[in-house]
Design a protein around this ligand. Structure first.
Ligand SMILES: *Cc1c(COP(=O)(O)O)cnc(C)c1O
Length: 362
């Protein structure tokens, strides 16, 4: 079976032992030199002033909301097709998600829909760069800034994606990352970070990740917690960071092959295979998804659905607020299917995926 992601294949040539040994030799496990250096190196890579590492990507979104001043009952604009991560963070701060529709081609936030949502006086907007495809971020940021609304970029699937030479995470007021093992930059467990050019926002997140302390045992900021990246994870991420662009290129080359091979088929394909797409997930849209998935399964190819149920229809939070009908969101959720696309996936496996897809339509 060709899997949707393989940690053993993706990490095959990566030396985990030397970063772990560095930490063992230092005898310092939390908030030490590895974390400090990773934050400096990751900020430089993204092209921003500062990075604050955290325990995971969902904490990054929640602490970002808190750091930019989102409070209970404030409205936060978000899309509804991005796996509920942003929604989890919005609910955690007691704020109210206001869902907008996505663009039918890119499946990222629609500028027209955001413009309408901005009339409802939101405090912030979370722009997710879904599947590793950058949203129309310049226009979205300019609309939000005109309305005095803060922009949080969710870059958990878009490490290293660039638009006009600028990386995802450097456009808005704050960018959020996850280093979950399957992400384009993955740790050996959970991890996350925010990046920002705003020193006050960076300081606020630094305080929130460590109990809200201004100094040791002095709690000056409410809603603090423990959300720290371990030294061991930071050491691994530091050694992986120089390899990220190569891994993204590997993913993108698979996406290019797929797009070429599928161009004549009755499928909707990813809109871009340029630098603004780092192919975290290769997602196509197909009409009879369940039949398609069984066909792929029978030919030894795993598929997955990212994501089957939109945020505004999740049973835990009924009566969600939407701006009009989310028709593009809902039809995408019924049609999206992800194919194997990860660094190390062999040419032979890529060709097997291609033949399996082609045979479904022949
Ligand atoms: C993975 C992911 C997150 C959450 O990251 P965790 O580290 O798993 O908490 C947030 N947003 C998006 C778009 C993601 O894909």
């Amino acid at each position: 079976m060709i899997p949707i992601f393989s940690a053993s294949v993706s990490n095959a040539n990566f030396d985990f032992l030397s970063p772990i040994q560095r930490v063992l030799q230092s005898h310092w496990y939390v908030l030490g030199e590895e974390v400090k250096n990773f934050e400096r190196e990751f900020a430089a890579y993204i092209g921003v002033a500062d990075c604050v590492s955290l325990a995971n990507g969902t904490d990054a979104l929640e602490l970002a909301l808190r750091a930019v001043g989102v409070k209970k009952n404030d409205k936060v604009v978000a899309v509804a097709n991005a796996g509920f991560y942003g929604s989890t963070a919005i609910h955690a701060v007691g704020a109210v998600p206001v869902y907008v529709d996505v663009d039918s081609a890119s499946l990222n936030m629609s500028s027209v829909s955001l413009a309408q949502a901005l009339k409802h006086d939101p405090k912030a907007v979370i722009v997710t760069h879904l599947y590793g495809q950058m949203a129309n971020i310049v226009e979205l940021v300019s609309l939000a800034r005109e309305a005095g609304v803060v922009v949080i970029e969710d870059c958990a699937q878009a490490h290293g994606a660039t638009r006009d030479g600028r990386r995802a995470g450097s456009f808005g007021d704050i960018g959020c990352f996850s280093f979950y093992p399957t992400k384009n930059l993955g740790a050996l467990g959970d991890g996350g970070a925010i990046v920002t050019n705003n020193p006050a926002v960076a300081n606020s997140v630094r305080t929130l990740r460590q109990y809200g302390w201004a100094q040791k045992y002095h709690v000056e900021t409410p809603f603090g917690r423990n959300s720290r990246l371990d030294e061991m994870q930071a050491a691994i991420l530091r050694d992986k960071l120089p390899l990220l662009d190569g891994w993204n290129e590997y993913r993108r080359r698979i996406a290019v092959k797929y797009n070429l091979a599928f161009s004549g088929l009755p499928l909707v394909l990813p809109v871009s295979v340029d630098d603004d797409y780092v192919a975290h997930l290769y997602v196509i849209r197909v009409d009879s998804r369940e039949t398609f998935r069984s066909h792929m399964q029978s030919l030894g190819v795993a598929t997955d659905v990212h994501y089957p149920l939109p945020d505004h229809l999740q049973p835990a939070y009924p009566n969600a607020k939407t701006i009009g009908k989310l028709s593009n969101t809902e039809s995408a959720c019924d049609a999206v299917v992800s194919l194997p696309c990860f660094p190390g996936l062999s040419d032979q496996d890529v060709n097997q995926v291609i033949s399996a897809v082609q045979s479904f339509f022949n």
